[in-house]
Design a binder for this molecule. Structure first.
Ligand SMILES: [Zn+2]
Length: 304
């Protein structure tokens, strides 16, 4: 599943390739890909004629900001991809939505497993999202009224690469939680954009056991975790993301970060730091990889 670095790569690619482009027509071949507005015919009617001003990312979602202030969200989920193609490019049975651009190209939404969702929302409220202290999750009820884009993300935690995500802020958030570090890093209400790959990588780099209790970290450990989370995400963005299965950038090419992963899916292989064999455990139903020597579990932290 694409995480923050992969989605950031797609957004940056699209900023280069489709910012300024106008969508003249949309064709939806799998209705459930369209989350909002309903029905999909309404989405098609509302997106036609829209010009893409710029492309960004929030959490694991691509945001296409339209010139009129509205925002189109593309959540890639498991296998979604946004690919720019020539109008005469070969047809692809896995393309669920085609946006025909005024310059003759197509922006194709391809999704083998069909879990991804596309929405079109009124603008506003995005800046304040994740800035507050609350991590209370609020479900967006479709249809009742027009939710602004900010409200779509109201249940998400802070962006780990933002300037406001400081060590102090992380310490304050960790201190209020008794959850295990691995589970907390995967919790999108706690921190946005981190998934299974980068949670394991960050914990290895910070030399913290995945089952450590969040409120049991010493100040130095919080600083290590803060630095590690940001480093692994930044490095993965620089490598255009990790392609383990279906992820590709908007150029259709896989990212180069997979071979640089230190622990993720390296069970039984030697730790790059100490040579000990990497172990795999299951935390909250997710595969978790760590070095038992570099990432010891203090007795006080052993789950009862
Ligand atoms: Zn080690």
């Amino acid at each position: 599943m694409p995480e923050l670095p992969e989605v950031e790569t797609v957004a940056r690619d699209l900023q280069h390739s489709v910012a300024g482009a106008t969508i003249v027509h949309a064709h939806v071949s799998w209705d459930r890909t369209i989350r909002h507005p309903q029905p999909p015919e309404r989405f098609v009617a509302e997106i036609e004629g829209a010009t893409i001003l710029r492309v960004s990312r929030r959490a694991k979602t691509v945001l296409l900001h339209l010139e009129d202030g509205r925002v189109m969200t593309v959540a890639l989920r498991m296998t979604g991809a946004l690919i720019v193609a020539a109008a005469d490019a070969d047809p692809d049975p896995y393309v669920r939505v085609v946006f025909s651009l005024a310059d003759g190209r197509q922006l194709r939404y391809r999704d083998v497993r069909k879990f991804g969702r596309i929405g079109l929302w009124p603008g506003g409220g995005l800046r304040s999202v994740g800035a507050g202290r609350g991590s209370r999750s609020r479900k967006v009820a479709e249809g009742a009224r027009r939710y602004r884009i900010g409200e779509v993300f109201s249940g998400h935690g802070p962006e780990p690469l933002s300037r406001t995500f400081t060590v102090g802020r992380l310490a304050e958030r960790l201190g209020r939680r008794s959850a295990r570090l691995k589970s907390l890093l995967l919790d999108q209400a706690f921190i946005a954009g981190v998934g299974n790959i980068y949670a394991d990588e960050a914990l290895w780099r910070a030399r913290l056991h995945p089952l450590r209790r969040a409120d049991g970290l010493a100040d130095g450990e919080v600083r290590r975790l803060h630095r590690a989370v940001r480093q692994v995400l930044r490095e993965a963005i620089a490598n255009r993301g990790s392609s383990l299965r279906d992820y590709v950038g908007a150029d259709g090419e896989p990212g180069a970060n997979a071979e640089r992963l230190a622990v993720y899916r390296r069970t039984e292989q030697p730790c790059l730091r100490c040579g000990t064999r990497i172990e795999r455990i299951v935390v909250g139903q997710r595969s978790t990889h760590f070095c038992p020597r570099c990432q010891p579990l203090p007795v006080a932290s052993v789950p009862s």
